[in-house]
Ligand binder design. Structure first.
Ligand SMILES: Nc1ncnc2c1ncn2[C@@H]1O[C@H](COP(=O)(O)OP(=O)(O)OP(=O)(O)O)[C@@H](O)[C@H]1O
Ligand SMILES: [Mg+2]
Length: 353
């Protein structure tokens, strides 16, 4: 498989950009982020499914929270299909005003509406022989849903204002972050279109449900942004990686990528420590410490565990009170001088955001 190979063969910390010519080649492309990283069982199952369905012409519906990689997977399916040398045309149905979306999808003839001074082909026509990716299809109006259903059923349509029927051979991949069965229940999405799309569903798991991928993704993004920015960030301390693994990542892989990019650009060398992290991750630190502390069979160093715990609670209080030490001391039921002493001892610093 073209861009899934990396994820199956590379271990974390191996230098993807030195050793993998494919990723290097992609860096020269307009979109360098095409490799899909995922070692968790859940992502390996997605890759297996992609491999199986790529070559068929069946309609695919990709679902998942924002930032889980729906766009990447759609592209991977096309690139691994026998349509790969034909166009991959993507359209975000949620980002285009309804009155323009119809003409974007189906094209229009000259004079079809005010401003239509020339006729224009739509995305379905441009995708002929290849794949059309209908992103955020859950945001499409019911009127357009009927028209899209007709193309899916019959493979033909008319341009806006046109009388001629146009036939196309297009593989359809759709994606949405919405819960489509729920949208159908609420009358916002047509049931017939739902079942027409729901031939092969691919559900992408949220990052917090496949935490074992986080170190691999982190390592991949560090190497990618080092390479792009000519930086030499070594990586993250063990403590930081723990925080990264336990943080809930509401923005999923996109959020993780953005955090790593920011750290590579701003810090640029050495190892990242807890103080370098953005506020929201540092705030998750206390949660992580209290949740994950356990005495394993190998034992635990009580002194350092207690020190870490103290540090976490101080940091949380400081974040909560916007670093007003009087207030933070009150939250911790300490006097101010004791808190200042502890801040110094633990070398806690405010993150400059
Ligand atoms: N498994 C992955 N491996 C590497 N990068 C990934 C992965 N998943 C997502 N990304 C990165 O996260 C970014 C967001 O992915 P993508 O745009 O495909 O998500 P999405 O599910 O389509 O999100 P949205 O619903 O917001 O459109 C991508 O640009 C890519 O850099
Ligand atoms: Mg997307």
């Amino acid at each position: 498989m073209q861009n899934l190979a990396v994820s199956k063969t590379q271990a974390p910390n191996s230098d993807l950009f030195e050793k993998n010519p494919m990723v290097l080649a992609q860096l020269n492309d307009a979109d360098p982020c095409n490799a899909i990283i995922g070692r968790s069982d859940k992502m390996q199952a997605v890759f297996d499914l992609v491999e199986k369905v790529a070559d068929s012409d069946s309609t695919i519906l990709i679902t998942g929270e924002t930032g889980t990689g729906k766009g990447l997977v759609a592209k991977a399916i096309h690139q691994n299909s026998n349509r790969k040398n034909k166009p991959f045309i993507s359209i975000n149905c949620g980002a285009i005003p309804e009155n323009l979306l119809e003409s974007e999808l189906f094209g229009h003839v000259r004079g079809a509406f005010t401003g239509a001074t020339v006729s224009k082909s739509g995305k379905f026509e441009l995708a002929h022989g290849g794949t059309i990716f209908l992103d955020e299809i859950g945001d499409m109006s019911p009127d357009l849903q009927v028209k899209v259903l007709k193309v899916l059923e019959e493979g033909e349509f008319e341009q806006v204002g046109g009388a001629k029927t146009i036939k196309v051979d297009v593989r359809v991949i759709a994606a949405t972050h919405r819960d489509l069965p729920e949208e159908v229940k609420n009358g916002n999405f047509r049931e017939d279109l739902f079942y027409r799309l729901y031939v092969i569903p691919i559900g992408l798991p949220a990052l917090r449900d496949r935490r074992s991928d986080i170190p691999y993704l982190t390592s991949y993004f560090i190497q990618m942004y080092n390479y792009r920015n000519n930086k030499k960030l070594d990586g993250f301390s063990k403590e930081v990686l723990e925080i990264m693994v336990h943080y809930p990542w509401p923005g999923n892989v996109r959020e993780l990528r953005n955090v790593v990019e920011r750290l590579v650009v701003l810090i640029g060398s050495g190892k990242i420590s807890v103080n370098d992290l953005p506020k929201e991750l540092k705030a998750a630190n206390g949660y992580q410490a209290t949740q994950s502390l356990e005495v394993t069979d190998d034992g635990i160093c009580l002194n350092s565990a207690v020190t870490e715990f103290e540090k976490d609670l101080i940091l949380q209080s400081l974040e909560k009170t916007k670093w007003v030490k009087n207030k933070a001391a009150k939250l911790l039921q300490l006097n101010r001088t004791t808190l200042v002493e502890k801040i110094k001892r633990h070398r806690i610093q405010q993150y400059a955001s």
